[in-house]
Design a protein around this ligand. Structure first.
Ligand SMILES: NC(=O)c1ccc[n+]([C@@H]2O[C@H](COP(=O)([O-])OP(=O)(O)OC[C@H]3O[C@@H](n4cnc5c(N)ncnc54)[C@H](OP(=O)(O)O)[C@@H]3O)[C@@H](O)[C@H]2O)c1
Length: 343
């Protein structure tokens, strides 16, 4: 590999695991306002395999081939014109721009506004798993559910990438947290501060819970539909795994009436169930944000929250990392690390 190329995971077409392959590609160059980062570790998220499968084409269509990867941690290599907040050598992390991706590569170009300095107390592998799941949980709990002191929040599916942040952030915001987990995840979610843990393999949460102030749904499907019955009238359910609704198109995607109409139809049944229970429904698409990521870095630095890394794979085994995440059993985050020193 020359000093102008790099290894990257490239999406060549939409499809199964072999639609993404490791290739040598040109190193990107930072444009005005961008930072070139030498990537040390990259987090994986369900959005990566959903993108590969083409499930998100209705909201994001990529020109193929394209370098995959939605979050990273690394070291600032060079700065584009006009960048003032970072310097070469800084240890940084970021949620990549949705329309560009590019985190699963030895080098990545990140807009300055999406970047933050990593907490000094954690390593690159731990930092790489923070941006996407951490920002999702923060935006859902604080900005959409308005969780505060004494709120009673239900978070079904607490043991995964988003759930492990959501439990901790809800506790930090002052909430009483109820979550669901299998026996495999119980010790983890209890250790993160969950007040009540319901074993979803043997118990029905809808028979045990009433009058929650809100729910943050990480699972969609039947779990989402049942969540409305455990939230008090006037409360709210925010999902990141159900069906997008019209507000998703307007607020999160900045799109017009056509997508709003499509999402209105797609979410019809969910909104009908929500209405029946007097509860509002919102589907959130998280957004990258460097300032909010810096807030998460501070929370990690002060010990208010901690990233949970389940497994770390070498970059050459990224296919195995995808397969593990796709099993749906991850406890916390799945991360790939770049060990070979780039030329
Ligand atoms: N809209 C957005 O902006 C956005 C952002 C981030 C994520 N998401 C979506 O949110 C979802 C969760 O993401 P993630 O990163 O947290 O996924 P993940 O890490 O793959 O979640 C895996 C965890 O889910 C648990 N789980 C599976 N089925 C369960 C059930 N029926 N009840 C309770 N827990 C269950 C598993 O526990 P066991 O092994 O113990 O079963 C496992 O620990 C995904 O669909 C993802 O695409 C959306």
């Amino acid at each position: 590999m020359s000093s102008t190329t790099m290894q990257a995971l490239v999406l060549t077409r939409y499809g199964g695991p072999d639609a993404a392959e490791l290739r040598d590609v040109p190193r990107p160059r930072p444009a005005r306002g961008d930072v070139l980062v030498r990537v040390q570790a990259a987090g994986l998220n369900p959005v990566d395999y959903k993108t590969r499968e083409g499930m998100l084409k209705v909201v994001q269509r990529y020109p193929l081939p394209i370098v995959m990867g939605n979050e990273l941690a690394g070291v600032v290599e060079t700065l584009g014109e006009g960048v003032t907040s970072f310097a070469p050598g800084d240890r940084v992390f970021a949620r990549m721009p949705k329309e560009a991706m590019g985190g699963l590569a030895e080098y990545a170009v990140v807009p300055e506004k999406f970047l933050a300095k990593m907490p000094a107390s954690i390593d690159f592998n731990a930092a790489a798993g923070v941006p996407l799941a951490g920002l999702t949980a923060l935006q859902a709990l604080r900005d959409e559910l308005h969780v505060g002191q004494g709120s009673r929040v239900f978070i079904p599916g607490g043991a995964g990438g988003v759930g492990t942040f959501a439990i901790q952030l809800a506790k930090w915001l002052g909430a009483e947290v109820t979550t669901t987990a299998s026996p495999r995840g119980r010790a983890l979610v209890e250790g993160l501060g969950a007040d009540v843990v319901i074993d979803y393999t043997t118990e029905r949460f809808e028979e045990q819970l009433r009058n929650m102030d809100g729910a943050f749904d990480l699972l969609g499907g039947e779990t989402l539909l049942k969540s409305f019955s455990v939230v008090k009238r006037g409360g709210k359910v925010v999902s990141i795994a159900g069906m997008p609704e019209p507000e998703t198109a307007r607020k999160d995607l900045g799109r017009g009436v056509a997508l709003r109409a499509l999402f209105w139809l797609a979410s019809y049944r969910i909104r009908a169930v929500a209405r029946k229970h007097g509860v509002s429904y919102r589907y959130l698409f998280m957004h990258p944000d460097g300032a909010e990521l810096a807030e998460l870095a501070d929370l990690i630095e002060t010990g208010a929250i901690r990233p949970v890394v389940d497994r770390v794979f070498p970059f050459k085994d990224v296919a195995d990392a995808f397969a593990y995440l796709e099993s749906g059993r991850a406890k916390g985050k799945v991360v790939v690390e770049f060990t070979s020193p780039p030329a």
